[in-house]
Design a protein around this ligand. Structure first.
Ligand code: PNS
Length: 158
């Protein structure tokens, strides 16, 4: 069983995340999208809301499941028999920190990290910018899937 994890905050999932998930799903038998539970940082969406949006937007991919984790990612990998972490790289600026984390995760638990270059259409895209643009009334319809667009509208409307 070739099992990979695609970890992140996903607050909320964007078209950039989905592009990575869709492209790696045929490469592995199973892909677990794992949402970090960060108790020290409250985001716009709760962990359960983020997971529900991920479930809804990945439902056409039968080998993709959605889970959450806290603590070390390598402990989640060990507990779920996952040998590979997959990360999308948007630009060179992502590389330094991602390399450092990949090396740390390998030294902690021999878990491998594979990097996939994101679609250049989404190289400027991040959940934080989506939230900022949407907060001030900008159009993010091309940047997030429809369920996220609706959820952002509802959340920001109060
Ligand atoms: O979407 P993000 O916020 O860029 O995702 C970052 C994430 C969740 C992948 C990273 O912060 C992480 O793996 N956190 C878990 C804690 C951990 O394992 N830290 C050591 C990493 S070397």
């Amino acid at each position: 069983m070739r099992r990979a994890v695609c970890p992140g905050s996903f607050d909320p999932v964007t078209n950039g995340h989905l592009d990575v998930i869709e492209r790696i799903s045929p490469v592995f038998d199973e892909v677990v999208v794992a949402v970090l539970i960060n108790k020290s940082k409250s985001g716009l969406f709760s962990t359960e809301e983020r997971m529900e949006l991920l479930r809804e937007t990945t439902k056409s991919l039968p080998n993709v499941t959605v889970d959450s984790f806290h603590g070390l990612l390598v402990d989640f990998c060990k507990a779920h028999d996952i040998g590979v972490i997959v990360k999308g790289l948007r630009a060179v600026s992502d590389f330094d920190y991602e390399l450092q984390m990949g090396q740390m995760n390998h030294s902690l638990a021999s878990v491998e990290t594979l990097f996939i270059p994101t679609n250049p259409l989404y190289s400027f895209l991040s959940s934080s910018l989506v939230k900022e643009v949407a907060t001030y009334g900008g159009d993010v319809a091309k940047l997030v899937p429809d369920p996220v667009l609706r959820a952002l509208g509802a959340k920001l409307a109060g």
